[in-house]
Design a binder for this molecule. Structure first.
Ligand SMILES: Cc1ncc(COP(=O)(O)O)c(C=O)c1O
Length: 338
């Protein structure tokens, strides 16, 4: 069904599927009996330094082209991997890219993704809260709108991409990714999947893709920015992912229903704040690097991998089980101050 949507070829797919045998051995030496641990390497997706946003951008930039747009506007944290990948993909396909990033602008030489932006020559608009605004999302939205208006007045055709590229169009990339993975897995049964959830589009796509393929693995989204439940006892981020999942299911043309419990969100490893490391996330970075030579990023994948390690160490899965970690990239964040 996804064939009816325009799509650019930006990344290198399929991304590799591997097994973490050295990590399994390290866990055995701790006295555990770990399951088979697989890894899907979307950190090697082939644009800039890789990562999950490439899959979304293949659909988003095709949509921008279809609408005759010439300028991309997107937003995020100062070290947003999504903003960086949008700027890199934009350049490749002839778009001017403007990134609205949470300010104030850091002092000193640019590091991490900001260093990569300086190489790409991305136009950055720094965004700070105005009187009456209490959340960074409000400031981002205001500046995105102002920027779009300014461009239109100058005769440009802007295409606005919200935080993380998490629209139903972007999520199509992960609906498709599940098909790619299942093809690679062949007959291998996977009991559970772990991945980081930041703006929810990856999770929405994975959930819809899994439903479309009748894939029954437990899909554990790991929250990296814990916001407490509302008065109805529901976490706002869970609600946002659930909504996006339903919209993706409907608009994708896939013949799926989304049950009430389809979106699983583990918030136990988010730590005190977005981007703030935890003892578990730092240990996760070290063990995967030292056993397998694979680097996680500090903001997203380290927390998701910490959640997987936590479940492995509490013997949630027996040795006959198979679990899969979906590495979504972000390694530039290792070179950023935090
Ligand atoms: C490295 C990395 N992993 C995971 C995510 C989460 O993806 P999503 O925003 O689609 O939830 C992001 C972006 O937010 C990311 O940069």
């Amino acid at each position: 069904m996804l064939g009816m949507f325009p799509r650019l070829s930006i990344g290198i797919f399929p991304t590799p599927l591997g097994r973490l045998e050295a990590l399994e051995a390290a866990l055995r030496s701790e006295g555990l009996q770990p399951p088979t641990i697989l890894i899907k390497r979307d950190d090697l997706s082939g644009l800039a330094l890789g990562g999950n946003k490439v899959r979304k951008l293949e659909f988003l930039l095709a949509d921008a082209q279809l609408q005759g747009c010439d300028t991309l506007i997107t937003c995020g944290a100062a070290q947003s991997n999504h903003a960086l990948q949008t700027a890199a993909a934009g350049g490749k396909f002839g778009f001017h890219t403007i990134c609205v990033l949470d300010g104030p602008e850091p002092v000193g030489p640019p590091a991490g993704n900001l260093l990569l932006h300086s190489i790409l020559n991305t136009e950055i608009v720094w965004c700070t809260l105005q009187e009456g605004e209490s959340r960074k999302e409000q400031a981002r939205r205001r500046i995105m709108l102002e920027t779009a208006e300014r461009l239109k007045t100058a005769g440009k055709r802007p295409y606005s991409i919200p935080t993380g590229g998490s629209t139903w169009v972007g999520s199509l990339g992960y609906v498709e990714a599940v098909r790619e993975l299942l093809h690679q897995l062949d007959d291998t049964v996977v009991d559970a999947v772990y991945f980081a959830s930041g703006s929810g589009g990856t999770q929405a796509g994975i959930v819809v893709g899994a439903r479309a393929c009748n894939w029954n693995a437990i899909l554990n989204g790991v929250d990296v920015d814990y916001i407490p439940a509302d008065s109805a006892g529901i976490r706002p981020f869970w609600r946002a992912i659930d909504r996006l999942t339903r919209e993706t299911a409907e608009k994708s043309g896939e013949d799926v229903t989304v049950p009430a419990d389809a979106v699983v969100l583990n918030s136990e490893y988010a730590g005190p704040a977005y981007g703030a490391p935890t003892a578990e996330s730092e240990a996760a970075i070290r063990i995967l690097a030292r056993t397998e030579g694979i680097f996680l990023d500090p903001v997203y994948t380290a927390k998701a991998f910490a959640a997987l390690l936590g479940d492995l160490r509490s013997n949630k899965y027996g040795p006959a089980a198979t679990v899969l970690f979906w590495h979504t990239g972000g390694s530039a964040g290792l070179f950023a101050p935090h």
